[in-house]
Design a protein around this ligand. Structure first.
Ligand code: URA
Length: 235
C-alpha cells in the first residue's frame, strides 16, 4: 500500500501526462488548458461534474464559474472548502461550444478518472447532475429519481459510496432545485462518517511466463579436415 505522499506524487505524474493528451484530436486542438481536476490529493470526498466550460478551460481549474461559486457556498454550509475535497469532470477538456461529450471522448478520458480514484482513494463520490450520474452508474436512470440516495458502487478500480446530486448549474436559476440540492448536501457529513468500504483485492500482477528455452538444434560439427603436417609427419 502506498503512502499519501507517494500517491500524491503519482497523481502529479498523471497530471503531467494529461497535459499533453491528444487522445481526442478535436478537443486537444480546441482547448486552452487540460482541466485535470483540483483539490486535496487525499480527499475522502470527490465531486464529478460533466466537462469544463469556457472559464474552466481558461483557468485550468474545474467549477470556477457561477456553478462553482454555488458549489463553494454549499460546501461552506457543511463546514468544508475546496481544500478538503477533490473536484473533477468526466472529460478533462472543453467540448467545442459546450456540446455534450461524445462516447468516444468519454472512453478516451475514462482512464484518467480511474487513476484519480485509485490514487486519491475517496470514500464518497458525488456525481453532479444527470451526465456524470448516468456515466458512472452505467445506467440511464435520471438524477430526478436518484438524487440524495447513496449506494455502494464499484467505479473502475474503487468501491465507493456513490451519491448523485443535482448539478449546481441546474440549481442556479431554479429555487426548488436549489432547496433539494442544499438538503442533499446536508447528508454528506453523515456519509463521510460511515466506515470506509472494503476494497476489492488488487488485480494480481500478470504472471509473465518465462519463455520456454528454445530447443537448439545443433548441427553436427563438421569433422575437422585432417591436414597432413609434413614436418611432423602427422595426419
Ligand atoms: N460544469 C461542469 O460540469 N464542470 C465544470 O467544471 C464547470 C461547469
Amino acid at each position: 500500500m502506498s503512502s499519501a505522499l507517494e500517491r500524491r506524487e503519482e497523481l502529479k505524474a498523471v497530471f503531467h501526462e494529461a497535459q499533453s493528451c491528444v487522445r481526442c484530436p478535436q478537443l486537444a486542438a480546441g482547448r486552452t488548458t487540460v482541466v485535470f481536476g483540483s483539490g486535496n490529493a487525499d480527499a475522502d470526498l470527490m465531486f464529478v461534474g460533466e466537462a469544463p466550460g469556457a472559464n474552466e478551460d481558461k483557468q485550468g481549474v474545474p467549477f470556477v464559474g457561477q456553478a462553482g461559486k454555488l458549489l463553494d457556498q454549499l460546501l461552506g454550509e457543511i463546514g468544508l472548502t475546496r481544500a478538503d475535497v477533490f473536484v473533477v469532470n468526466t472529460l478533462k477538456c472543453r467540448p467545442p461550444g459546450n456540446r455534450d461529450p461524445l462516447p468516444q471522448e468519454l472512453d478516451n478520458c475514462q482512464d484518467y478518472l480511474y487513476r484519480q480514484l485509485e490514487l486519491i482513494e475517496p470514500k464518497v463520490v458525488c456525481t453532479l447532475g444527470n451526465f456524470a450520474t448516468k456515466l458512472l452508474r452505467g445506467d440511464p436512470t435520471g438524477i430526478t429519481r436518484l438524487h440524495g440516495r447513496d449506494e455502494e458502487r464499484q467505479i473502475g478500480p474503487r468501491r465507493v459510496r456513490l451519491y448523485p446530486i443535482y448539478h449546481p448549474a441546474a440549481a442556479l436559476y431554479t429555487r426548488s432545485m436549489l432547496d433539494i440540492l442544499r438538503a442533499d448536501f446536508q447528508r454528506i457529513p453523515e456519509l463521510l462518517a460511515l466506515p470506509a468500504l472494503d476494497q476489492p483485492e488488487p488485480e494480481p500482477e500478470p504472471v509473465v511466463a518465462e519463455p520456454e528455452p528454445e530447443l537448439e538444434v545443433l548441427e553436427p560439427e563438421p569433422e575437422p579436415e585432417l591436414v597432413y603436417d609434413e614436418q611432423l609427419g602427422l595426419f
